[in-house]
Design a protein around this ligand. Structure first.
Ligand SMILES: [Zn+2]
Length: 282
């Protein structure tokens, strides 16, 4: 992707591979390097920077990552390892924050400076852009909307809390509640999922004066209009302030390219948008 503001960006090469099923951190890293090598061999010219979107949580701008869906990586030094292997600047961020950047750059949040991007899939993650700037927080984990409480007496959450959005609407949560794969859910479950997501979005919109929420992920996109209509209805009920009642919720615009464009946007941010950030590589 192009890395300068205003430059027309396009996807020039891609590759994908399965995450190795192992508890050996180095085997997972080897799998990642194999994918990177394939992309580099297909790219027309060398990259200026490597941008990475990685599951959270993480510390120190990807200096230590512990993605919940990759148990082999606990405190894995992803950014320093990639810098050593690639010999180029590397920028790492949370994958949902990366999606937020990508959706603002090339997707459904283009033109908005105040929005939330979220994923409702195996887990529930999010990233927030406020005043044209991606929020980071103390350790870079801002935007974890999956752990906003939507049902005070709801299910236990893997985080240790109860009634978190993720504990109610993630794919595994829906399967545990209904006894069927999330994809097979009927209209009632689809609507409830939308309602609870809308409830969380309404709280965030009231708190931060957002105008838009863009939603990706197999659960949200798979449930389609039943999900989005129920979410919009709930936002209408719960976000009642003059500034928040106009908040809209829409499907993400990047589709299957979302994670890739998001990772590129992480690199772009480090190079262009935020020259003072810690993620800028020395
Ligand atoms: Zn939680």
């Amino acid at each position: 992707m192009g890395a300068k503001r205003g430059l027309k960006a396009r996807l020039v090469a891609g590759a994908q591979g399965p995450t190795p099923t192992t508890d050996d951190a180095e085997v997972v890293f080897g799998g990642l390097m194999a994918v990177i090598d394939r992309v580099r061999s297909r790219a027309p010219r060398p990259a200026a920077i490597c941008g990475v979107g990685c599951g959270g949580p993480m510390l120190s701008g990807g200096g230590s990552v512990s993605p919940l869906n990759i148990p082999a990586w606990r405190g894995f030094p992803l950014r320093p390892r990639l810098m050593a292997e690639l010999g180029m600047p590397v920028a790492v961020d949370n994958d949902a924050k990366a999606l937020a950047l990508g959706e603002g750059w090339r997707g459904a949040a283009r033109g908005s400076g105040n929005y939330l991007a979220m994923v409702v899939s195996t887990g529930v993650g999010g990233g927030i852009v406020l005043d044209d700037r991606l929020l980071d927080g103390t350790d870079g984990n801002a935007g974890h909307i999956g752990h906003v409480v939507v049902e005070p007496d709801g299910r236990m959450c893997p985080c240790g809390g109860r009634g978190c959005l993720e504990a109610e609407v993630s794919g595994p949560a829906i399967e545990a509640t209904t006894g069927r794969p999330a994809a097979d859910a009927g209209p009632e479950v689809r609507r409830r999922t939308g309602t609870l997501v809308g409830r969380a979005v309404a709280s965030v919109a009231n708190l931060l004066d957002l105008e838009l929420a863009v939603v990706a992920g197999s659960v949200a996109l798979g449930y389609g209009p039943a999900f989005f209509d129920a979410a919009q209805e709930e936002i209408g009920l719960r976000a009642r302030l003059e500034f928040s009642r106009t908040t809209r919720i829409v499907p993400a615009g990047l589709g299957a390219d979302g994670p890739l464009v998001g990772a590129a946007a992480v690199g772009r941010r480090a190079m262009v948008d935020d020259p003072t950030t810690d993620r800028t590589v020395r």
